[in-house]
Design a protein around this ligand. Structure first.
Ligand code: DER
Length: 237
């Protein structure tokens, strides 16, 4: 079983939660894309009807349009029945790091507005504590003086050995900043060790004036589906 096979297994399992008539948040990334295509398959087969998708990125919007899934937005549907999305990291309390694909703001808006949020991962995403995989927690920041904001973010967790880097498009350090669907930039926060009180860390980050949102999803996921080589596990919060 390849990693993509595992992602697909978790995604298909999550789509079992989708019922006809639901408003469904459509996640972003290589795992969520399997859930989106599975939903379109069941709609085509008539096994699902009257599902409305709320995409969490322009990429997912394009995929859903190409697959004929009827779409809407949070203005029309401020409460979403169910969202399905991947994650970059999952800790034992079902807290997540998301947004390494740059879609964290729209994901947090849609998934935060959902009655149920089913997270689908392959086992490689499980960590003891967030930031534990040595990868970054993405922070969406306004373009105005983004290096000032980057410096302030680094200052916040300096004693914890944290560094913060502006995410640039591929092509080396001198490449232009990567721009999100919302016209903002992303600062990657590299946390060297457990931040302990995640809520406190979240508040510290969000208080910075240039910060729009960060990629720690605390207390938002309601169900976790993990596909591993030894099989699949489903866990409710
Ligand atoms: O960028 C994102 O938020 C994605 O959902 C990410 O968290 C998971 O992407 P993957 O399924 O491609 O690993």
């Amino acid at each position: 079983l390849t990693q993509d096979d595992l992602k697909k297994l978790a995604a298909y399992k999550a789509v079992e939660y989708v019922k006809s008539g639901m408003v469904v948040g459509l996640g972003t990334g290589s795992t969520a894309k399997h859930a989106v295509s599975r939903i379109s398959e069941l709609l085509r087969e008539g096994k699902l009807r009257d599902v409305i998708g709320i995409p969490t990125s322009t990429t997912t919007h394009a995929q859903a349009v190409s697959l004929g899934i009827p779409l809407s937005d949070l203005d029309s549907h401020p409460v979403v029945d169910l969202s399905i999305d991947g994650a970059d990291e999952v800790d034992p309390s079902l807290n997540l790091v998301k947004g390494r694909g740059g879609s964290l703001l729209r994901e947090k808006m849609v998934e935060g507005a959902s009655k149920k949020f089913v997270v689908i991962v392959d086992e490689s995403k499980l960590v003891k504590h967030l930031g534990g995989s040595g990868l970054a927690v993405p922070v969406e920041v306004v373009p105005f003086c983004c290096d000032f904001t980057r410096g302030k973010l680094e200052e916040l967790f300096k004693e914890a050995g944290c560094t913060a880097k502006l995410r640039v498009t591929s092509g080396g350090e001198t490449a232009p900043p990567a721009v999100t669907d919302n016209g903002n930039y992303v600062v990657d926060l590299y946390l060297e060790r457990d931040m302990g009180d995640l809520e406190a860390a979240s508040e510290k980050i969000l208080r910075l004036p240039g910060v729009v949102e960060h990629g720690m999803f605390l207390g938002i996921a309601t169900t976790l589906i993990v596909a591993g080589k030894a099989g699949m596990t489903v866990r409710d919060r």
